[in-house]
Design a protein around this ligand. Structure first.
Ligand code: FE
Ligand code: CA
Length: 528
Protein backbone atom coordinates (compact mmCIF):
# COMPACT_ATOMS: atom_id res chain seq x y z
CA UNK A 1 0.00 0.00 0.00
CA UNK A 2 1.20 3.48 -0.78
CA UNK A 3 1.87 5.29 2.47
CA UNK A 4 1.70 9.09 2.27
CA UNK A 5 3.98 9.33 5.28
CA UNK A 6 6.61 7.27 3.49
CA UNK A 7 6.58 9.72 0.59
CA UNK A 8 7.00 12.59 3.04
CA UNK A 9 9.81 10.97 4.94
CA UNK A 10 11.73 9.23 2.19
CA UNK A 11 15.18 8.50 3.62
CA UNK A 12 17.95 10.61 2.19
CA UNK A 13 15.56 13.22 0.87
CA UNK A 14 16.83 16.70 1.69
CA UNK A 15 14.56 18.31 4.27
CA UNK A 16 13.59 21.41 2.32
CA UNK A 17 11.17 23.91 3.77
CA UNK A 18 8.18 22.34 2.07
CA UNK A 19 8.92 18.82 3.30
CA UNK A 20 9.56 20.19 6.73
CA UNK A 21 6.18 21.94 6.75
CA UNK A 22 4.43 18.74 5.68
CA UNK A 23 6.33 16.79 8.30
CA UNK A 24 5.29 19.34 10.89
CA UNK A 25 1.65 18.92 9.91
CA UNK A 26 1.94 15.17 10.43
CA UNK A 27 3.51 15.39 13.85
CA UNK A 28 1.58 18.47 14.94
CA UNK A 29 -1.73 16.69 14.58
CA UNK A 30 -1.21 14.33 17.47
CA UNK A 31 -2.04 16.83 20.27
CA UNK A 32 -5.13 18.07 18.35
CA UNK A 33 -7.43 16.97 21.14
CA UNK A 34 -5.95 19.63 23.41
CA UNK A 35 -6.04 17.40 26.47
CA UNK A 36 -4.21 19.10 29.31
CA UNK A 37 -4.96 22.63 28.05
CA UNK A 38 -6.81 24.82 30.56
CA UNK A 39 -10.59 24.89 30.08
CA UNK A 40 -12.47 28.16 30.42
CA UNK A 41 -16.03 28.30 31.72
CA UNK A 42 -17.93 30.91 29.75
CA UNK A 43 -20.80 32.59 31.55
CA UNK A 44 -22.46 34.08 28.48
CA UNK A 45 -21.90 34.52 24.73
CA UNK A 46 -22.49 37.68 22.69
CA UNK A 47 -24.82 35.59 20.45
CA UNK A 48 -25.99 31.98 20.11
CA UNK A 49 -22.87 29.76 19.84
CA UNK A 50 -24.90 26.75 18.57
CA UNK A 51 -25.33 28.12 15.03
CA UNK A 52 -24.32 24.78 13.48
CA UNK A 53 -26.90 22.78 15.45
CA UNK A 54 -26.32 19.31 16.83
CA UNK A 55 -25.63 15.92 15.26
CA UNK A 56 -25.00 12.33 16.24
CA UNK A 57 -23.32 9.44 14.53
CA UNK A 58 -21.50 6.11 14.45
CA UNK A 59 -23.87 4.37 16.88
CA UNK A 60 -23.30 0.84 18.15
CA UNK A 61 -25.48 -1.16 20.55
CA UNK A 62 -24.55 0.78 23.69
CA UNK A 63 -22.91 4.03 22.58
CA UNK A 64 -23.14 6.88 20.10
CA UNK A 65 -21.23 10.07 19.24
CA UNK A 66 -22.92 13.37 20.09
CA UNK A 67 -21.67 16.42 18.20
CA UNK A 68 -21.87 20.18 18.25
CA UNK A 69 -19.62 23.15 17.56
CA UNK A 70 -19.42 26.54 19.25
CA UNK A 71 -19.41 29.23 16.54
CA UNK A 72 -21.26 32.47 17.34
CA UNK A 73 -19.95 33.93 14.05
CA UNK A 74 -19.57 30.80 11.86
CA UNK A 75 -18.54 32.61 8.65
CA UNK A 76 -15.48 34.26 10.23
CA UNK A 77 -12.09 32.65 10.87
CA UNK A 78 -12.19 31.41 14.46
CA UNK A 79 -15.99 31.24 14.38
CA UNK A 80 -16.24 34.19 16.76
CA UNK A 81 -14.49 32.25 19.57
CA UNK A 82 -11.32 33.14 21.48
CA UNK A 83 -8.24 30.99 21.09
CA UNK A 84 -8.79 28.75 24.11
CA UNK A 85 -10.79 25.70 25.17
CA UNK A 86 -14.29 26.06 26.56
CA UNK A 87 -16.32 23.70 28.77
CA UNK A 88 -19.58 22.34 27.33
CA UNK A 89 -22.04 20.27 29.37
CA UNK A 90 -24.06 17.49 27.71
CA UNK A 91 -27.12 15.49 28.73
CA UNK A 92 -28.82 12.38 27.32
CA UNK A 93 -32.44 11.69 28.21
CA UNK A 94 -35.11 9.10 27.51
CA UNK A 95 -37.63 11.76 26.54
CA UNK A 96 -37.76 14.72 24.19
CA UNK A 97 -38.57 17.11 27.07
CA UNK A 98 -35.20 16.11 28.61
CA UNK A 99 -36.79 15.30 31.99
CA UNK A 100 -35.55 11.69 32.34
CA UNK A 101 -31.79 12.27 32.03
CA UNK A 102 -29.82 9.00 31.96
CA UNK A 103 -26.29 10.30 31.24
CA UNK A 104 -24.61 13.69 31.63
CA UNK A 105 -21.08 15.05 31.61
CA UNK A 106 -18.68 17.80 30.68
CA UNK A 107 -16.83 18.00 27.39
CA UNK A 108 -14.15 20.26 25.97
CA UNK A 109 -14.61 22.46 22.92
CA UNK A 110 -10.97 22.83 21.91
CA UNK A 111 -9.78 25.75 19.81
CA UNK A 112 -7.42 23.31 18.08
CA UNK A 113 -10.47 21.50 16.69
CA UNK A 114 -12.50 24.61 15.85
CA UNK A 115 -14.42 24.42 19.14
CA UNK A 116 -16.14 21.26 18.00
CA UNK A 117 -17.42 18.81 20.61
CA UNK A 118 -17.39 15.04 20.15
CA UNK A 119 -18.85 13.05 23.05
CA UNK A 120 -18.83 9.25 22.91
CA UNK A 121 -21.65 8.39 25.30
CA UNK A 122 -21.35 4.82 26.57
CA UNK A 123 -23.56 2.65 28.78
CA UNK A 124 -26.77 3.15 26.81
CA UNK A 125 -29.36 0.42 26.22
CA UNK A 126 -29.43 -1.33 22.82
CA UNK A 127 -32.04 -0.52 20.18
CA UNK A 128 -33.33 2.62 21.94
CA UNK A 129 -34.07 6.20 20.93
CA UNK A 130 -32.55 8.96 23.07
CA UNK A 131 -32.61 12.76 23.12
CA UNK A 132 -29.63 15.01 23.85
CA UNK A 133 -28.53 18.63 24.19
CA UNK A 134 -25.51 20.76 25.07
CA UNK A 135 -25.14 23.72 27.42
CA UNK A 136 -22.34 26.32 27.44
CA UNK A 137 -22.77 29.15 29.92
CA UNK A 138 -26.31 30.42 29.55
CA UNK A 139 -26.62 29.08 25.99
CA UNK A 140 -28.43 25.86 25.23
CA UNK A 141 -28.37 23.88 21.98
CA UNK A 142 -31.41 22.54 20.19
CA UNK A 143 -32.45 19.05 21.35
CA UNK A 144 -31.25 16.27 19.06
CA UNK A 145 -32.63 12.77 18.65
CA UNK A 146 -30.45 9.70 18.28
CA UNK A 147 -30.50 5.97 18.78
CA UNK A 148 -28.42 2.92 19.56
CA UNK A 149 -28.36 -0.16 17.32
CA UNK A 150 -29.75 -3.56 18.31
CA UNK A 151 -27.28 -5.81 20.16
CA UNK A 152 -24.99 -7.60 17.68
CA UNK A 153 -26.62 -11.01 18.37
CA UNK A 154 -30.22 -9.71 18.43
CA UNK A 155 -32.69 -10.82 15.76
CA UNK A 156 -33.61 -7.33 14.61
CA UNK A 157 -36.90 -7.39 12.71
CA UNK A 158 -36.48 -4.28 10.56
CA UNK A 159 -34.37 -1.25 9.76
CA UNK A 160 -35.14 1.85 7.76
CA UNK A 161 -32.44 4.19 6.54
CA UNK A 162 -31.66 6.83 3.91
CA UNK A 163 -28.72 7.01 1.49
CA UNK A 164 -27.62 10.46 0.36
CA UNK A 165 -24.63 12.11 -1.32
CA UNK A 166 -23.51 15.04 -3.46
CA UNK A 167 -25.10 18.21 -2.12
CA UNK A 168 -23.63 21.03 -4.20
CA UNK A 169 -24.76 24.25 -2.47
CA UNK A 170 -24.74 26.29 -5.66
CA UNK A 171 -26.63 23.83 -7.86
CA UNK A 172 -29.72 23.09 -5.82
CA UNK A 173 -31.72 23.43 -2.62
CA UNK A 174 -31.69 20.72 0.05
CA UNK A 175 -35.49 20.31 -0.05
CA UNK A 176 -35.22 16.51 -0.18
CA UNK A 177 -34.16 16.49 3.49
CA UNK A 178 -37.71 17.59 4.35
CA UNK A 179 -39.10 14.30 3.03
CA UNK A 180 -36.23 12.33 4.56
CA UNK A 181 -37.12 13.71 8.00
CA UNK A 182 -40.75 12.65 7.48
CA UNK A 183 -39.56 9.12 6.68
CA UNK A 184 -38.19 8.86 10.26
CA UNK A 185 -35.19 6.69 9.33
CA UNK A 186 -33.16 4.83 11.96
CA UNK A 187 -30.01 6.37 10.47
CA UNK A 188 -28.58 8.10 7.40
CA UNK A 189 -25.63 7.09 5.23
CA UNK A 190 -23.88 10.10 3.67
CA UNK A 191 -21.62 8.72 0.94
CA UNK A 192 -19.60 11.84 0.19
CA UNK A 193 -19.45 15.17 -1.62
CA UNK A 194 -20.96 16.67 1.53
CA UNK A 195 -19.39 19.95 0.38
CA UNK A 196 -17.82 21.13 -2.87
CA UNK A 197 -14.46 22.86 -2.75
CA UNK A 198 -14.92 25.20 -5.72
CA UNK A 199 -14.73 28.99 -5.77
CA UNK A 200 -17.87 31.09 -5.50
CA UNK A 201 -19.93 31.10 -8.68
CA UNK A 202 -18.15 28.19 -10.36
CA UNK A 203 -21.36 26.09 -10.33
CA UNK A 204 -23.72 28.98 -9.57
CA UNK A 205 -27.35 28.14 -10.24
CA UNK A 206 -29.42 28.89 -7.15
CA UNK A 207 -27.05 30.20 -4.44
CA UNK A 208 -23.38 31.07 -4.08
CA UNK A 209 -20.42 29.66 -2.16
CA UNK A 210 -18.39 32.06 -0.02
CA UNK A 211 -14.89 32.87 -1.27
CA UNK A 212 -12.22 31.27 -3.43
CA UNK A 213 -11.48 27.52 -3.86
CA UNK A 214 -10.85 26.27 -0.33
CA UNK A 215 -7.34 25.33 0.84
CA UNK A 216 -6.74 26.32 4.47
CA UNK A 217 -8.28 25.06 7.70
CA UNK A 218 -10.26 28.31 7.99
CA UNK A 219 -11.47 27.97 4.36
CA UNK A 220 -12.75 24.45 4.96
CA UNK A 221 -14.34 25.43 8.30
CA UNK A 222 -16.24 28.31 6.75
CA UNK A 223 -17.38 26.19 3.79
CA UNK A 224 -18.81 23.50 6.11
CA UNK A 225 -20.39 26.27 8.22
CA UNK A 226 -22.11 27.56 5.09
CA UNK A 227 -23.50 24.13 4.20
CA UNK A 228 -24.52 23.38 7.79
CA UNK A 229 -26.36 26.73 7.94
CA UNK A 230 -29.03 25.11 5.77
CA UNK A 231 -31.91 24.54 8.21
CA UNK A 232 -33.10 21.34 6.50
CA UNK A 233 -29.64 19.75 6.59
CA UNK A 234 -29.18 20.86 10.18
CA UNK A 235 -32.57 19.46 11.21
CA UNK A 236 -31.88 16.11 9.54
CA UNK A 237 -28.67 15.80 11.55
CA UNK A 238 -30.71 16.37 14.72
CA UNK A 239 -33.25 13.67 13.76
CA UNK A 240 -31.13 10.49 13.82
CA UNK A 241 -27.52 9.31 13.79
CA UNK A 242 -25.52 9.49 10.56
CA UNK A 243 -22.76 7.26 9.21
CA UNK A 244 -20.68 9.58 7.07
CA UNK A 245 -17.92 8.86 4.61
CA UNK A 246 -16.26 11.15 2.12
CA UNK A 247 -15.67 11.12 -1.60
CA UNK A 248 -13.44 13.57 -3.48
CA UNK A 249 -14.98 17.03 -3.07
CA UNK A 250 -14.40 17.08 0.68
CA UNK A 251 -10.79 17.73 -0.44
CA UNK A 252 -10.37 18.22 -4.21
CA UNK A 253 -12.20 16.90 -7.30
CA UNK A 254 -11.11 13.37 -8.34
CA UNK A 255 -8.00 13.33 -6.15
CA UNK A 256 -6.31 9.98 -5.51
CA UNK A 257 -4.31 9.60 -2.30
CA UNK A 258 -1.61 12.29 -2.63
CA UNK A 259 -2.35 13.14 -6.28
CA UNK A 260 -4.35 16.32 -6.86
CA UNK A 261 -6.73 16.82 -9.77
CA UNK A 262 -4.23 19.42 -11.03
CA UNK A 263 -1.27 17.32 -12.11
CA UNK A 264 1.25 20.12 -11.52
CA UNK A 265 0.62 20.18 -7.75
CA UNK A 266 3.49 18.68 -5.75
CA UNK A 267 2.14 15.67 -3.77
CA UNK A 268 3.72 17.13 -0.62
CA UNK A 269 1.80 20.37 -1.06
CA UNK A 270 -1.32 18.39 -1.79
CA UNK A 271 -0.90 16.40 1.43
CA UNK A 272 -0.84 19.68 3.37
CA UNK A 273 -4.15 20.64 1.80
CA UNK A 274 -5.48 17.14 2.48
CA UNK A 275 -4.43 17.44 6.14
CA UNK A 276 -6.43 20.70 6.39
CA UNK A 277 -9.46 19.12 4.75
CA UNK A 278 -9.29 15.94 6.85
CA UNK A 279 -8.92 17.89 10.09
CA UNK A 280 -12.01 19.98 9.37
CA UNK A 281 -13.94 16.91 8.21
CA UNK A 282 -13.28 15.37 11.61
CA UNK A 283 -14.22 18.62 13.35
CA UNK A 284 -17.63 18.93 11.71
CA UNK A 285 -18.71 15.28 11.60
CA UNK A 286 -20.04 13.06 14.42
CA UNK A 287 -17.04 10.72 14.28
CA UNK A 288 -15.43 8.66 17.01
CA UNK A 289 -12.04 9.59 18.41
CA UNK A 290 -10.57 6.62 16.46
CA UNK A 291 -11.07 8.86 13.39
CA UNK A 292 -9.01 11.74 14.85
CA UNK A 293 -6.70 12.76 12.00
CA UNK A 294 -2.94 12.56 12.15
CA UNK A 295 -1.76 15.04 9.58
CA UNK A 296 -2.96 13.82 6.17
CA UNK A 297 -4.27 10.49 7.55
CA UNK A 298 -7.74 9.78 8.90
CA UNK A 299 -9.20 6.34 9.62
CA UNK A 300 -12.68 6.40 8.11
CA UNK A 301 -13.38 2.80 7.08
CA UNK A 302 -15.27 1.05 9.85
CA UNK A 303 -18.14 -1.33 10.60
CA UNK A 304 -21.30 -1.53 12.69
CA UNK A 305 -23.81 -4.32 13.30
CA UNK A 306 -27.56 -3.75 13.12
CA UNK A 307 -28.20 -6.91 15.14
CA UNK A 308 -28.08 -10.05 12.99
CA UNK A 309 -30.08 -8.21 10.35
CA UNK A 310 -27.21 -6.33 8.71
CA UNK A 311 -23.47 -5.77 8.89
CA UNK A 312 -22.70 -2.20 7.84
CA UNK A 313 -19.25 -1.74 6.28
CA UNK A 314 -18.35 1.86 5.54
CA UNK A 315 -15.53 2.25 3.00
CA UNK A 316 -13.05 4.97 2.02
CA UNK A 317 -12.14 4.73 -1.67
CA UNK A 318 -10.17 8.02 -1.84
CA UNK A 319 -7.43 8.07 0.76
CA UNK A 320 -5.58 4.94 -0.31
CA UNK A 321 -6.31 4.66 -4.03
CA UNK A 322 -3.76 4.60 -6.80
CA UNK A 323 -4.00 7.34 -9.43
CA UNK A 324 -6.73 6.87 -12.03
CA UNK A 325 -5.41 4.99 -15.11
CA UNK A 326 -5.52 6.44 -18.64
CA UNK A 327 -5.12 9.98 -17.32
CA UNK A 328 -8.61 9.74 -15.74
CA UNK A 329 -10.20 9.99 -19.22
CA UNK A 330 -13.21 7.81 -20.20
CA UNK A 331 -11.50 4.73 -21.64
CA UNK A 332 -12.11 1.19 -22.88
CA UNK A 333 -11.28 -1.69 -20.51
CA UNK A 334 -7.67 -1.74 -21.72
CA UNK A 335 -4.58 -3.19 -20.06
CA UNK A 336 -4.13 -0.05 -17.93
CA UNK A 337 -7.52 -0.62 -16.26
CA UNK A 338 -6.71 -4.30 -15.65
CA UNK A 339 -3.34 -3.60 -14.02
CA UNK A 340 -3.19 -5.57 -10.77
CA UNK A 341 -1.49 -2.67 -9.03
CA UNK A 342 -4.55 -0.41 -9.37
CA UNK A 343 -6.42 -0.19 -6.09
CA UNK A 344 -9.35 1.81 -4.72
CA UNK A 345 -9.17 0.26 -1.25
CA UNK A 346 -5.46 -0.05 -0.54
CA UNK A 347 -4.03 -3.22 0.97
CA UNK A 348 -4.94 -2.71 4.64
CA UNK A 349 -8.58 -1.78 3.95
CA UNK A 350 -8.95 -4.70 1.51
CA UNK A 351 -7.70 -7.19 4.10
CA UNK A 352 -9.99 -5.67 6.77
CA UNK A 353 -13.01 -5.73 4.43
CA UNK A 354 -12.56 -9.36 3.42
CA UNK A 355 -12.08 -10.41 7.02
CA UNK A 356 -15.16 -8.50 8.17
CA UNK A 357 -17.21 -10.11 5.38
CA UNK A 358 -15.88 -13.59 6.13
CA UNK A 359 -16.68 -13.25 9.85
CA UNK A 360 -20.12 -11.70 9.38
CA UNK A 361 -23.16 -13.71 10.46
CA UNK A 362 -25.61 -11.05 9.28
CA UNK A 363 -28.45 -11.65 6.83
CA UNK A 364 -27.45 -8.61 4.72
CA UNK A 365 -23.88 -7.43 4.18
CA UNK A 366 -23.81 -3.78 3.24
CA UNK A 367 -20.88 -2.01 1.57
CA UNK A 368 -21.50 1.76 1.95
CA UNK A 369 -19.05 3.35 -0.46
CA UNK A 370 -18.55 6.04 -3.07
CA UNK A 371 -18.05 5.17 -6.74
CA UNK A 372 -20.15 2.90 -8.98
CA UNK A 373 -19.20 -0.79 -8.93
CA UNK A 374 -21.44 -1.78 -11.85
CA UNK A 375 -19.24 -1.93 -14.96
CA UNK A 376 -21.43 0.37 -17.04
CA UNK A 377 -19.97 1.35 -20.39
CA UNK A 378 -21.23 3.81 -22.96
CA UNK A 379 -20.32 4.64 -26.56
CA UNK A 380 -20.24 8.12 -28.01
CA UNK A 381 -20.69 8.65 -31.76
CA UNK A 382 -17.12 8.14 -32.89
CA UNK A 383 -16.39 5.29 -30.44
CA UNK A 384 -16.24 1.63 -31.55
CA UNK A 385 -16.09 -0.02 -28.09
CA UNK A 386 -17.68 0.86 -24.73
CA UNK A 387 -15.85 3.46 -22.65
CA UNK A 388 -15.84 3.56 -18.86
CA UNK A 389 -15.21 6.07 -16.07
CA UNK A 390 -11.64 5.68 -14.79
CA UNK A 391 -12.54 7.33 -11.47
CA UNK A 392 -14.99 4.51 -10.72
CA UNK A 393 -14.42 0.76 -10.17
CA UNK A 394 -13.86 0.04 -13.92
CA UNK A 395 -10.53 1.92 -13.61
CA UNK A 396 -9.65 -0.60 -10.91
CA UNK A 397 -11.19 -3.58 -12.70
CA UNK A 398 -8.83 -6.22 -11.33
CA UNK A 399 -9.60 -5.36 -7.69
CA UNK A 400 -13.31 -5.07 -8.48
CA UNK A 401 -13.50 -8.50 -10.15
CA UNK A 402 -11.47 -10.05 -7.34
CA UNK A 403 -13.79 -8.54 -4.70
CA UNK A 404 -17.00 -9.80 -6.35
CA UNK A 405 -15.37 -13.21 -6.89
CA UNK A 406 -14.57 -13.27 -3.17
CA UNK A 407 -18.25 -12.53 -2.38
CA UNK A 408 -19.25 -15.45 -4.62
CA UNK A 409 -16.65 -18.00 -3.53
CA UNK A 410 -17.04 -17.30 0.18
CA UNK A 411 -20.83 -17.30 -0.18
CA UNK A 412 -21.13 -13.96 1.62
CA UNK A 413 -24.82 -13.64 2.49
CA UNK A 414 -26.80 -11.09 0.49
CA UNK A 415 -24.15 -8.50 -0.39
CA UNK A 416 -25.59 -5.05 -1.09
CA UNK A 417 -23.46 -2.17 -2.39
CA UNK A 418 -24.57 1.42 -1.71
CA UNK A 419 -23.02 4.11 -3.88
CA UNK A 420 -23.03 7.90 -4.42
CA UNK A 421 -20.80 10.17 -6.59
CA UNK A 422 -22.40 9.89 -10.00
CA UNK A 423 -25.40 12.27 -9.62
CA UNK A 424 -27.88 9.76 -11.00
CA UNK A 425 -29.98 6.83 -9.81
CA UNK A 426 -28.99 3.31 -10.77
CA UNK A 427 -30.00 -0.14 -9.65
CA UNK A 428 -27.45 -2.73 -10.81
CA UNK A 429 -27.11 -6.48 -10.62
CA UNK A 430 -23.42 -7.21 -10.08
CA UNK A 431 -21.64 -10.22 -11.55
CA UNK A 432 -18.00 -11.26 -11.31
CA UNK A 433 -17.84 -10.07 -14.92
CA UNK A 434 -20.75 -7.75 -15.67
CA UNK A 435 -20.14 -8.21 -19.40
CA UNK A 436 -21.24 -11.88 -19.15
CA UNK A 437 -25.02 -11.71 -18.66
CA UNK A 438 -25.37 -15.52 -18.59
CA UNK A 439 -23.32 -15.84 -15.40
CA UNK A 440 -24.89 -15.69 -11.91
CA UNK A 441 -25.77 -12.42 -10.21
CA UNK A 442 -23.68 -12.12 -7.03
CA UNK A 443 -24.68 -8.82 -5.44
CA UNK A 444 -27.02 -5.87 -5.79
CA UNK A 445 -25.96 -2.22 -6.12
CA UNK A 446 -28.18 0.74 -5.28
CA UNK A 447 -26.66 3.99 -6.55
CA UNK A 448 -28.25 7.05 -4.98
CA UNK A 449 -28.54 10.19 -7.07
CA UNK A 450 -27.28 13.54 -5.81
CA UNK A 451 -29.28 15.48 -3.27
CA UNK A 452 -28.76 18.72 -5.23
CA UNK A 453 -25.66 18.49 -7.48
CA UNK A 454 -26.49 19.04 -11.12
CA UNK A 455 -29.74 20.93 -10.53
CA UNK A 456 -33.20 19.67 -11.49
CA UNK A 457 -31.97 16.84 -13.76
CA UNK A 458 -34.28 14.71 -15.91
CA UNK A 459 -36.32 11.58 -15.57
CA UNK A 460 -35.42 9.90 -18.84
CA UNK A 461 -32.09 10.96 -20.36
CA UNK A 462 -31.72 10.70 -24.13
CA UNK A 463 -29.27 7.77 -23.93
CA UNK A 464 -31.43 5.82 -21.43
CA UNK A 465 -32.59 3.02 -23.75
CA UNK A 466 -29.18 2.48 -25.41
CA UNK A 467 -27.49 2.40 -21.99
CA UNK A 468 -29.86 -0.23 -20.61
CA UNK A 469 -29.69 -2.32 -23.79
CA UNK A 470 -25.87 -2.32 -23.73
CA UNK A 471 -25.59 -2.98 -19.99
CA UNK A 472 -27.85 -5.89 -18.98
CA UNK A 473 -26.93 -5.50 -15.29
CA UNK A 474 -28.67 -2.12 -15.10
CA UNK A 475 -32.26 -2.54 -13.96
CA UNK A 476 -33.18 1.09 -13.32
CA UNK A 477 -31.66 4.44 -14.21
CA UNK A 478 -32.84 8.02 -13.84
CA UNK A 479 -31.23 11.45 -13.47
CA UNK A 480 -33.47 13.37 -11.09
CA UNK A 481 -32.33 14.56 -7.66
CA UNK A 482 -33.24 12.92 -4.35
CA UNK A 483 -32.08 10.00 -2.20
CA UNK A 484 -32.78 6.31 -1.57
CA UNK A 485 -34.89 5.06 1.31
CA UNK A 486 -34.13 1.45 2.28
CA UNK A 487 -36.55 -0.71 4.27
CA UNK A 488 -34.92 -3.98 5.29
CA UNK A 489 -36.29 -7.11 6.98
CA UNK A 490 -34.74 -10.60 7.29
CA UNK A 491 -36.72 -11.58 4.15
CA UNK A 492 -36.80 -8.49 1.91
CA UNK A 493 -34.77 -5.42 1.00
CA UNK A 494 -36.76 -2.60 -0.58
CA UNK A 495 -35.05 0.50 -1.99
CA UNK A 496 -37.39 3.40 -2.77
CA UNK A 497 -35.83 5.89 -5.19
CA UNK A 498 -37.20 9.17 -3.82
CA UNK A 499 -37.00 11.95 -6.44
CA UNK A 500 -37.74 15.69 -6.34
CA UNK A 501 -39.68 17.39 -9.13
CA UNK A 502 -37.30 20.38 -8.73
CA UNK A 503 -34.39 21.58 -6.59
CA UNK A 504 -33.54 24.83 -8.39
CA UNK A 505 -36.64 26.52 -6.96
CA UNK A 506 -38.21 26.24 -3.50
CA UNK A 507 -41.25 24.03 -2.99
CA UNK A 508 -39.93 20.86 -4.63
CA UNK A 509 -42.22 17.85 -4.18
CA UNK A 510 -40.91 14.35 -3.41
CA UNK A 511 -42.26 11.14 -4.93
CA UNK A 512 -41.11 7.53 -5.26
CA UNK A 513 -39.92 7.08 -8.85
CA UNK A 514 -39.03 3.37 -8.51
CA UNK A 515 -39.19 0.62 -5.95
CA UNK A 516 -36.40 -1.96 -6.26
CA UNK A 517 -36.84 -5.14 -4.24
CA UNK A 518 -34.46 -7.98 -3.48
CA UNK A 519 -35.43 -11.14 -1.58
CA UNK A 520 -32.86 -12.57 0.84
CA UNK A 521 -31.14 -15.52 -0.86
CA UNK A 522 -31.50 -14.15 -4.38
CA UNK A 523 -29.72 -11.00 -5.57
CA UNK A 524 -31.98 -10.49 -8.60
CA UNK A 525 -33.79 -7.16 -8.54
CA UNK A 526 -37.51 -6.63 -9.06
CA UNK A 527 -38.38 -3.12 -10.19
CA UNK A 528 -41.84 -1.61 -9.82
FE1 FE B 1 -20.66 14.82 -6.47
CA1 CA C 1 -17.50 12.59 -6.43
Amino acid sequence: MHDPLASLLRPGQPLDRRTFAAYGAVLGAIPLLGRGDPVRRVRSFESDPFTMGVASGDPDATSVVLWTRLAPRPFEPGGGMRDDSVAVAWEVAEDEAMTKVVRRGDARASAKLGHSVHVEVAGLLPDRWYWFRFTAGDAQSPVGCTRTLPAPDADAAAMLFAVTSCQNWEQGLFTAYEQMAKDEPDFVFHLGDYIYEYAAGRNGKVRTHHGAEIQSVDDYRMRYAQYRSDPLLQRMHARCPWFVTWDDHEVDNNYADDVSEQKDVDPRDFLLRRANAYQVYYEVMPLRVRSLPRGPKLQLYRQASFGRLAELLVLDTRQYRTDQPNGDRRSPLNSATLDKRNTLLGGAQRVWLKQALAESRATWNVLAQQVMMGMVGSMRKEEKVPHYSMDQWPGYAHERVELVRFLAERRIANPVVLTGDIHSNWCNELRVDDLQPDTPVIATEFVATSLSSGGNGSDKPRDHDTLLAANPGVKFHNRQRGYIRCAVTPKTWTSDYVVMDKVEQPGGVASVRAKCTVEAGSPQVHVS
